[in-house]
Design a protein around this ligand. Structure first.
Ligand SMILES: Nc1ncnc2c1ncn2[C@@H]1O[C@H](COP(=O)(O)OP(=O)(O)OP(=O)(O)O)[C@@H](O)[C@H]1O
Ligand SMILES: [Mg+2]
Length: 248
């Protein structure tokens, strides 16, 4: 099966401490590919290595068939590797519409350009509306972003990411701090935007993880403990011992 990411002995140390330890993994293209594991297992660091936010200490990374180990974050973003940041890129004083519009426009031009022909402006407006509907913020489009609820801000953040129509989305704990209702809406959103893409997800809410993941990879102390379908992971004895005891 075609992979979207492949890593070979990927390692990241922080002054002697090994956060990601010789991880060799093939992540198949498509679906919701979730990484779980205890706090400090190296999940976020692994994401940072994939997106290029951090250089590896050792090892190699491929995106599709192409080696990207030496590419910087913006160069990987251009290949379509998009991540939503825990710290948002939202412009609080702009409206929801303006935020999404800027993100859509940035992709088309590589920079803000306020002197576009009418026809192109129309396309951008259509695209902006589509993204707003996808993330469920069309009704809230005139609101100032800083006045949105926490959950709506997180959804706007996902909107800014999908504005570039990326084939790969890295979502690090997108449900953190959400109310049950917001969680429900965001899970719907993730499932809505998943077809035709690969979603890499780090998430602690195990019920959500079991419900929406195509495969689950379990990290423990910087290494991969197991990979499998939700059913396989639930049944895996090593995983149960290390992490999922409460599920048994
Ligand atoms: N910039 C850094 N400098 C030093 N140590 C770091 C740095 N980033 C991460 N670490 C350490 O690496 C280990 C893995 O951290 P990481 O954030 O990847 O874990 P995680 O699996 O995402 O955890 P959580 O579930 O709490 O988000 C932790 O022990 C953390 O303290
Ligand atoms: Mg983390």
């Amino acid at each position: 099966m075609a992979y979207i990411f492949k890593t070979e002995k990927l390692t990241r140390r922080f002054s002697g401490f090994t956060a990601v330890n010789a991880v060799s993994l093939e992540i198949p293209e498509g679906g919701v590919r979730t990484i779980i594991g205890p706090n400090g297992a190296g999940k976020t660091t692994f994401f940072n290595l994939l997106s290029g936010l951090l250089p590896p200490s050792e090892g190699r990374i491929w995106f599709r068939e192409r080696e990207i180990t030496a590419l910087l974050a913006y160069q990987r973003a251009r290949l379509g590797i998009a991540r939503s940041f825990q710290i948002t890129n939202i412009f609080g004083r702009l409206t929801v519409y303006e935020n999404v519009r800027l993100a859509v426009q940035a992709v088309h031009d590589g920079r803000a350009n306020f002197f576009l022909p009418e026809r192109r402006l129309g396309n951008l407006a259509d695209k902006t509306d589509r993204v707003l509907r996808d993330v469920g913020l069309y009704e809230a489009r005139e609101a100032r972003a800083e006045n949105l609820s926490h959950g709506d801000q997180r959804r706007l953040e996902i909107g800014l990411v999908i504005a570039s129509d990326p084939p790969v989305l890295l979502l690090d704990e997108p449900l953190a701090g959400m109310s049950p209702a917001e969680t429900h809406e965001t899970v719907d959103l993730i499932q809505r935007i998943a077809p035709g893409r690969t979603i890499l997800l780090v998430e602690h809410d195990i019920d959500v993880v079991m419900a929406i993941s195509t495969t689950i990879t379990v990290f423990q102390t910087g290494q991969v403990l197991a990979t499998g379908t939700p059913q396989e992971i639930r049944a895996n004895e090593a995983v149960q011992r290390a992490y999922l005891g409460e599920l048994a």
